[in-house]
Design a protein around this ligand. Structure first.
Ligand code: IMP
Length: 177
């Protein structure tokens, strides 16, 4: 990236806060007696996870995994592997995966498949954002923050080439041709 790309706000800090509170209320309703394991996907989910769990006033555990997709930088090509694995037993746990964005769905479906083989008591997905226009494999999102148009987004943990994760709002990038 040479010159700075133009960023336009898609979801403000306030809109994100409202969405996080709504998701937390839904999750609390379903999990407050289930001692869930919230499993964040690094790095993109770190800010969302931090805000979400502060709204959850019941017992839970937090874990992170880091995945890498190889073959493409901005897009996964379906070849995904776990590069920083689970240190918590998943079997018989109620696992809630926390994702930043579901785009083609390849990364998420790989992870859900990987976790499903470990025999959790239940396995659900909470995604901050969803870009359904880009989907290549079906993914069922149980708790969704925002549906986004077919644009590249950054901010609130989500990066472009490791930049812009610190932004408090979600922007889309105007890419010049
Ligand atoms: P998928 O496997 O295509 O669903 O992509 C998942 C991953 O691709 C996300 O976790 C992001 O790391 C990255 N990604 C997809 N779309 C965007 C975007 O608009 N902005 C930043 N990263 C993205």
């Amino acid at each position: 990236m040479g010159s700075q790309p133009e960023l336009r706000i898609l979801f403000s800090q306030e809109e994100i806060e409202t969405a996080v509170k709504r998701l937390a209320a839904e999750i609390k309703g379903d999990y407050q007696d289930k001692y869930p394991l919230l499993l964040g996907i690094l790095k993109g989910s770190f800010m969302f996870m931090a805000d979400l769990i502060r709204q959850l006033d019941f017992p839970l555990e937090v874990e992170f995994v880091r995945l890498s997709s190889y073959g493409g930088k901005k897009e996964s090509l379906g070849r995904v592997k776990v590069v920083q694995g689970l240190h918590t037993e998943v079997e018989d746990r109620n696992v809630l995966v926390i994702e930043d964005i579901v785009d083609t769905g390849l990364t998420t479906s790989f992870l859900l498949d990987y976790l499903g083989k470990k025999k959790p008591a239940s396995l659900k997905l909470c995604a901050l954002t969803d870009k359904p226009s880009r989907r290549q494999v079906p993914v069922n999102i149980d708790y969704l923050g925002f549906t986004v148009p077919n644009k590249f987004i950054v901010g609130y943990g989500i990066d472009w080439d490791e930049k812009f994760r610190h932004l408090p709002h979600i922007c889309f990038v105007e890419i010049e041709d």
